[in-house]
Structure formats: C-alpha cells, structure tokens
Design a protein. Sequence first.
Length: 165
Amino acid sequence: MSSASSARSSGLRPPVSPVAPATGSAAPSARPRRGEPFDIDRFFGRQSTPSSELPDPAPLLENLARCVVEVLAGARELEQLARWVNEDVYRTILRRSLLAKRARSLSGTPIARPVLRIGSVIATSPRDGIVEGVVVAHSRRRSRAIAIRLEGVDRRWRAVAIHVL
C-alpha cells in the first residue's frame, strides 16, 4: 500500500505548504480572509470618492481662495478652514499667517478685511476624484493667483495643496 493511500485511509492529510500571496496581485477583497490581520484603515480610514458623487468644485475653489487671503490678512481665523483642508495645508497656512502677523506688528499696519473681487476660476480634473484649480483674486492694490488641489475624500472635497502667488 502506498503512503498516499495509507494517509487517506487513516484520515491524515499530508502537510500543505502555505502559499504566499503574489505581489502586485489584484486589489484586496472587501472582507479579510480568516487568519489575516484586520486592516482597520481600509474600512474606517479616509475613503476616496469619485467625482460623480461630489458637488461642483467651482464654488468651493472661490470660497477657499477668498478665505485663505483673508486668513493671511488676519481678518479670518484659520480654524474656520480646518474642515476643508488637510493637516499639511493647515500647517502651511498657519505658518504663513504667523509670518504675516509678525510683519504687520513690526510695521504697525492694522488688520483690515481685504476687499476682493474674484476674477477667473479655472478648474481641471487630471484624474477621477481630483480637481486642480486656479482662482485669480483682485484687490485694490494687487491681484493674486491662488492654486488649489482638491481631492474627493469621504464624499466631500478637501484641499490637499494651496499656494498663494
């Protein structure tokens, strides 16, 4: 009697070597397999959202541009933007607003709400769920271009990059 038939008759199975998942394989399934560690971020972390499930980004681009210029001028609190920007953008604007505050205090310039007229708004979508836009804001003294990158996260737009030129 062969060893394979003796293993079958005794109810024992030959040891099976575990198969490692191939790297670069298809996307992971929604449910983890038994014995795999549970990836909490995949279920409860930030989820990207396609553009079809998001509102028109043009009003948000205009409002964010206006609000960022007002924060830099000292006329608006940065916390009002916290919901719409990620942590890196928040820190960058905080650093720039502190520098602007220091410059205003050294020169003795009072805080004044800037009177802005929003000019052109140009928005493009390099990929689904991402919008890159430029807003031109005109004041009495100067015009500024504000470049903003929005990403669809958790069914709303969030700014992941803002640059005031």
